[in-house]
Design a protein around this ligand. Sequence first.
Ligand code: PMP
Length: 448
Amino acid sequence: MSQVFHRHCHTPLRTAVRGDGVYIYDQNGKAYLDASGGAAVSCLGHSHAGVRAALHRQIDQLAYAHSSFFTTDVAETLATRLTDRAPGDLNHVYFLSGGSEAVEAALKLARQYFVERGEHQRVRFIARRQSYHGNTLGALAVGGNAWRRAPFAPLLTPAEHIAPCYAYRDRRPDETLFDYGQRVANELEQSLLTVGPETVIAFVAEPVVGATAGALTAVEGYYTRIREICDRYGVLLILDEVMCGMGRTGTLFAHEQEGIHADIVTVAKGLGAGYQPIGAMIASDTLYDTIADGSGFFQHGHTYMAHATAMAGSLAVLDALEQEQILARVNPMGEALMSRLKARFAEHPHVGDIRGRGLFQALELVFDRETKRPFDPRSKLDSRIKSAAMALGLMCYPMAGTIDGHRGHHILLAPPFIITESQLDELTDKLAEALDTAIAAVIEEYPD
Ligand code: PMP
């Protein structure tokens, strides 16, 4: 029995021993096509020469220096690169070791900003029901996944949850996409007025929803309206790009495509591409200046923040994305993936929606396409698809979200940007087979 405390206590795992391009190899030499980049992490695949060389160089020179004693050239250069490219006045980068840490720091920075301004009564966040922002207590509080929150609910920071922008499920037949987007964005205003806008710190959202809803993009006009409402009531806008950022949807920052600016953005997964654990919170001038001119100290910090080796790795990741034109592959390869998914699944009796942006795409699975009824919540369709796919040598990311209190299922695809057309064929073939195997077994057990 393994002494590693794995997340699923009873599910034995294969042992990963080697990575090469878009493949991971297990202890028996079997190859797995990484169609989900792990969890939208491995944007460069598993053996990028430039990143490996940069990591070796940094470790040989200086692996780590505590950030309360020193900064490093790699941290300074990486911060400049990120802020040069970030929209608006996001000019201050706080480096962390992962996504939850980045979100946690964002929530605390937002709260401290208002404390510095004497607005102590601002104590709550507003976020969305179909969302995931991390597993630490603050991040869990803003996350909308009822199942993850339930055991810890009494420990969580106050947070309200409004509807996500989920046109496939919630748009009324007589509503245009635009009107639908305005209606759900206006829920933010209603929620603010219910709790009292002067008590709210920030609205938190993923520009493209990842883990809980499967590559769910907002409709046009939604984020413009959200920004207007935040401005009107003096509430901050925190955009969580931990999963959808760093090129995954075709631009370095996902919210560039929404034409709005944020007060804080969080990034992580693609920033390190899996070579080192890293996350970052990027804050606006206004927030930074208020704290710098006030107490002068953000009351936060972690031992490994701005870890030199992680900084060097991420800098090499950004070099690869931009100088090797790997980011430029995202849109064309995304189109190639989408056209394969549509060709294969548009008529599939249990695929209700095919959606996404760039190399961040998903299938939503339904028992009945007409009514959009999800599969039986007891079916564990997500776990069955994952097992069937792994047996075929395919890593995909099936998830169970919560839809009207039921578990709805979707499969997230987020392959490395270096994936080729023939590997996309392999992905689609294996996915179709895994899907049909798992669905056939579920329908036999839960026929209605
Ligand atoms: N925010 C989002 C949008 C995420 O998708 C995730 C991870 N799936 C997190 C935060 C938390 O990141 P981590 O697992 O690195 O703590």
